[in-house]
Design a protein around this ligand. Structure first.
Ligand code: DHB
Length: 312
């Protein structure tokens, strides 16, 4: 019997697949649908302290090889997601879910995290350091000084399981510098990667999304090689206590297999979930299990991180 069960921060999940933040996770209804699918768990839409309308529509477009979006952090506000998660802790005490969040400023991020800390939430928190779409707000994780300041302040009061969502990096020196910072803190995981920020997709003579004159985060097939590189680069550099969640370009069981081979302990599905709905989890699960069966692998640990290199 092949199992794709996994653990993150010591919590068990019967399936290593879940949604990527931003897809199928804005409302309780969407979250419930993911929860009741084949997915192992869900993560909420990144919550800010208060409700946000987000950017004007159209702001998300599926395209043949992936997707482009400039959502602008539309969400129902922290309390909406926290209340639902607290309900689920009672009704589904044996499952663990992820809360994604970030403030519109470092002060707001701390206010949100302090609320979570003071609450009864027993799940996993993902701090999103990589939103590329709010005009005038750079992606936090591309600014190492700000990233380190936020992390050092957060770990002064936040004691619940915490990980971070990262944008893709494209330079070996940046992998080294980022990993050196993350290794100073008791992070439970890093999630690689968010969308490749600020791409441009053109149909005929026009952009396809309204905000920022068409610039938006790219997901799907376009980004798998970048995602795998980031998963593996951090797997090689981070202390073993920091796990990796792999996100980016997961259309098939083969894609999930490659993320795990690069070191991922959990694999998130974004663009494909948007295109296909929650049935994608069942399909990808059976494709991944078929690959494992053929190779004689019984569990993820049989191949996690065991990417082969070409010898001299
Ligand atoms: C949004 C997009 C992201 O990639 C992200 O990490 C957070 C928010 C957005 O535009 O809503």
């Amino acid at each position: 019997m092949v199992s794709i069960s996994t653990q993150i921060a010591g919590f068990a999940f019967d399936n290593c697949l879940m949604n990527a933040a931003g897809v199928a996770c804005m409302t309780k209804e969407e979250l419930t649908e993911v929860k009741d699918s084949a997915a192992g768990t869900f993560v909420t839409k990144t919550a800010t302290l208060d409700f946000r309308q987000g950017n004007p529509e159209p702001r998300y477009q599926d395209v043949p090889l992936g997707s482009i979006n400039s959502m602008g952090l539309p969400n129902n506000g922290l309390d909406y997601y926290l209340d639902y998660l607290l309900e689920l802790q009672e009704s589904e005490p044996n499952r663990t879910f992820f809360l994604s969040l970030v403030g519109m400023s470092p002060e707001e991020t701390h206010a949100i995290l302090q609320k979570v800390q003071a609450s009864g939430f027993r799940g996993i928190t993902e701090l999103n350091l990589s939103c590329p779409n709010v005009p005038g707000k750079p992606q936090i994780a591309y600014d190492f000084e700000t990233t380190e300041k936020i992390l050092s302040e957060v770990f002064a009061y936040f004691t619940k399981p915490l990980g971070i969502k990262l944008p893709p990096y494209f330079d070996i020196v940046h992998f080294d510098q980022a990993a050196a910072i993350f290794n100073k803190y008791s992070l439970k995981f890093v999630n690689c990667v968010n969308s490749i920020g600020n791409g441009l997709y053109i149909e005929d003579e026009s952009v396809v999304i309204r905000p920022k004159n068409g610039f938006g985060g790219i997901g799907g097939q376009y980004i798998k090689p970048t995602a795998l590189a980031n998963v593996h680069a951090f797997y090689q550099r981070l202390k073993p206590e920091i796990q990796i969640i792999g996100t980016g370009g997961v259309l098939t069981g083969r894609d999930a297999f490659e993320h795990i081979l690069c070191g991922a302990s959990m694999v998130q599905v974004g663009t494909t979930l948007h295109k296909e709905g929650v049935a994608a989890f069942e399909r990808i699960t059976s494709e991944l299990k078929a690959i494992m069966e053929e190779k004689g692998y019984e569990s993820l640990k049989d191949f996690r991180g065991k990417l082969k290199y070409i010898e001299e």
